[in-house]
Design a protein around this ligand. Structure first.
Ligand code: GLU
Length: 318
C-alpha cells in the first residue's frame, strides 16, 4: 500500500497520463480544443480536511453529468426516496447515457436510473422552486455550501451550447411526457437540467462534493448537516452501480469506489469515512468517461487501498 502524499499523486498522474491518447475531447463544450487532451489533474480531501493536489488541478470544466448526483440529492431532500423512485428507477443498464431505446423497449413508466440523461431530467423536474431561476438558485446555493466555494458560477456559453445541442435531451423529455412520466413543464425541466450541466468546477470543487458524500452530508466549515445520511447512502449506491455510465460494472470491479463522471472529463469519487476525490482529464472514451481519469481512479484505489469491497485492506492493517 502507498502513502497519500503530493509526491505520490504526481507520480500517479504521470503514470495515468498516457491513457489520454485513447480518448477524445468533447468538442460540443465551448472553448474546448485538442490542446486539452493531455490535461490531467486531481485533488483529494481527507476527512480531517487535508487537501492533496497534483497535475492540472486548477483547470475548470463544466459539471456535465456530475450534476446528476446533486440533482438527485435535492430531489431526495424534497420528496424522499419512495416518491423519487416512483419517477425514476434504480437499476443499472448497459446502454449509452443518452439512450432513447430503453424508454420504449423495457419499462415505459420511468427511466432506468437517475444517472442517465432521461433519469436526470425526470429528477430535475422534481426539484422544488417557484420558477426555473429559483430552482437553479437553490441548486447553485446548495453546491456553494457543499464546496464552500462562494464564487461558483454557471457558464452562459456552456448553457447556450447545451440548449443548442439539446435535441436528444428534448426527445427524451418529450417522450417521457407522452408516457406520463414527466408531468411538469417539459421545457422548464430541460432548462434546469441544461443550467445544472453548465456550472464550472475545478478538481477541489469536485473533491469537496465527494467529501460531502463521504462524511455524512455536513457543510465543510460550519458542520451544518445539509442532507440526512440515509439519502447519501442512496446516492452513493446509485453512483457505484450507474455513475460511470455503461462502464459502471467495470469500475465497481476494478476500483470499487462510488464515482460519477461527466463528459467534460470530470470524475467525483466518494470513499465513505475516508476521502473525496476530484479528477479532471478531458479526453473521454466512447462511453463518456475520462480515459486518463478513469485509469487514475483505478490506480488510486489499488495503491491506497480504497476499494470498498476490499476487506483484505482492513485485515492487512490489523
Ligand atoms: N450535457 C450532456 C448531455 O446532457 C451531459 C452528458 C454527460 O455528461 O454525460 O448530454
Amino acid at each position: 500500500m502507498k502513502e497519500l502524499t503530493e509526491q505520490y499523486l504526481m507520480e500517479a498522474i504521470e503514470d495515468s497520463k498516457p491513457f489520454a491518447s485513447s480518448g477524445n475531447v468533447n468538442m460540443n463544450i465551448p472553448n474546448t480544443d485538442e490542446t486539452l487532451k493531455d490535461l490531467l489533474g486531481v485533488t483529494i480531501i481527507t476527512m480531517d480536511q487535508e487537501c492533496y493536489c497534483a497535475g492540472d488541478y486548477m483547470e475548470c470544466v463544466p459539471m456535465q453529468s456530475t450534476s446528476k448526483i446533486i440533482g438527485l440529492m435535492l430531489a431526495l431532500q424534497d420528496f424522499g426516496k419512495d416518491r423519487v423512485f416512483q419517477a425514476v428507477g434504480m437499476e443499472p443498464m448497459g446502454d449509452f447515457f443518452n439512450s432513447i431505446s430503453q424508454l420504449e423497449s423495457y419499462d415505459t413508466s420511468k427511466p432506468f436510473n437517475p444517472m442517465i440523461n432521461a433519469g436526470a431530467i425526470a429528477v430535475a423536474a422534481l426539484i422544488k422552486g417557484q420558477s426555473v431561476e429559483k430552482r437553479f438558485e437553490r441548486y447553485l446555493n446548495f453546491l456553494k455550501k457543499i464546496t464552500s466555494h462562494e464564487e461558483l458560477w454557471m457558464s452562459e456559453e456552456v448553457y447556450e451550447a447545451e440548449k443548442a445541442n439539446g435535441a436528444r435531451n428534448r426527445s427524451l423529455a418529450y417522450f417521457m411526457q407522452s408516457t406520463g412520466t414527466l408531468v411538469t413543464d417539459v421545457e422548464e425541466a430541460l432548462d434546469l437540467y441544461f443550467r445544472m450541466n453548465a456550472v464550472m468546477m475545478n478538481c477541489e470543487d469536485f473533491a469537496r462534493v465527494g467529501l460531502f458524500l463521504a462524511r455524512g452530508g455536513r457543510a465543510p466549515h460550519t458542520e451544518e448537516r445539509l442532507i440526512p445520511p440515509h439519502h447519501l447512502r442512496t446516492v452513493k449506491a446509485i453512483m457505484m452501480t450507474s455513475g460511470m455510465y455503461n462502464s459502471s460494472g467495470h469500475y465497481a470491479v476494478e476500483a470499487g469506489i462510488p464515482c460519477k463522471s461527466g463528459v467534460s472529463g470530470s470524475i467525483i469519487g466518494a470513499i465513505p469515512g475516508r476521502m473525496g476525490i476530484g479528477v479532471i482529464g478531458p479526453a473521454i472514451d466512447e462511453k463518456g468517461n475520462s480515459t486518463a481519469g478513469g485509469a487514475l481512479i483505478k490506480k488510486l484505489s489499488q495503491d491506497l487501498g480504497l476499494n470498498m469491497f476490499g476487506i483484505e485492506n482492513i485485515e492487512k492493517e490489523r
